[in-house]
Write a protein that binds this ligand. Structure first.
Ligand code: BTN
Length: 228
């Protein structure tokens, strides 16, 4: 059920109690030509939350589920890093010590606390963000944790800071985004598995590609998942 339409700074906020997926609602808005730059769709719960790699994003009450719609002229692989830094900085502002797992998973004590799903539609990009605040679902692929384990913060407080951090890091020079991302990232210069092979994670380059080293060979990648 829709619970309101409000203006929050430059953002137009559309809130739901429960929805199938804020991401799908954003796609519908764009398809109906009703989307504008800086529309945010939030829900207290989702019945069909979606994650990367066609995974389900379990979306019980108590966590932050939001899709940010922005005008986008073209696909930009650098956006994913700005978003990860914005989420990490949001959590830092509440006293947490996050780390980023490439490209934009945010972890606390090695456990996932936030995930990001970036999708493009027409001339918009939809940045779907889930942050575990009060509950952390059990997931087969990785361990999870939640904000309330570390700080007493509400969904509204997290959303309000997140909007400001997204504005800041989306506008920032990629040189600064990349430096901050590298400071917060786990596994830089460490061994990782990529497509079933051992590699060393070197970092990200100035275009936003992940740089991996296989012995003497350097490989750039934009899309595949690495495991630690
Ligand atoms: C991931 O797999 O790590 C990405 C998870 C993204 C979840 C968010 S919650 C808000 C938005 N709506 C969705 O259905 N998915 C994204």
């Amino acid at each position: 059920m829709k619970t309101g339409d409000t203006e929050l700074g430059a953002y137009k906020l559309i809130s739901f109690d429960k929805i199938s997926s804020t991401q799908d609602y954003a796609h519908d808005l764009i398809a109906q030509k009703k989307a504008t730059d800086k529309t945010v769709i939030t829900a207290l719960a989702q019945s069909a939350g979606r994650g990367r790699y066609r995974r389900t994003w379990v979306s019980h009450h108590g966590n932050l589920y939001a899709s940010f719609v922005y005008k986008a002229v073209e696909r930009d692989p650098r956006l994913s890093y700005a978003v990860a830094v914005a989420i990490a900085e949001t959590l830092i502002s509440f006293g947490l010590k996050p780390q980023i797992k490439w490209p934009n998973d945010v972890l606390i004590d090695g456990k996932k606390i936030s995930g990001v799903l970036i999708e493009y539609s027409q001339n918009f990009v939809i940045v779907g963000i889930g942050i575990n605040i009060a509950t952390c679902p059990t997931v087969k692929e990785y361990q999870t944790t939640k904000v309330k384990k570390y700080a007493d913060v509400s969904i509204e407080e997290v959303l309000s800071v997140l909007m400001k951090k997204l504005d800041k890091w989306r506008k920032a020079d990629f040189y600064d985004v990349r430096n901050r991302w590298m400071e917060l990232a786990i596994c830089i210069n460490k061994p990782v598995r990529y497509q079933g092979k051992d590699a060393e994670l070197i970092g990200i380059n100035e275009d936003g590609a992940l740089v991996l080293r296989f012995d003497t060979r350097y490989v750039l990648t934009y899309g595949d998942e690495i495991s630690i």
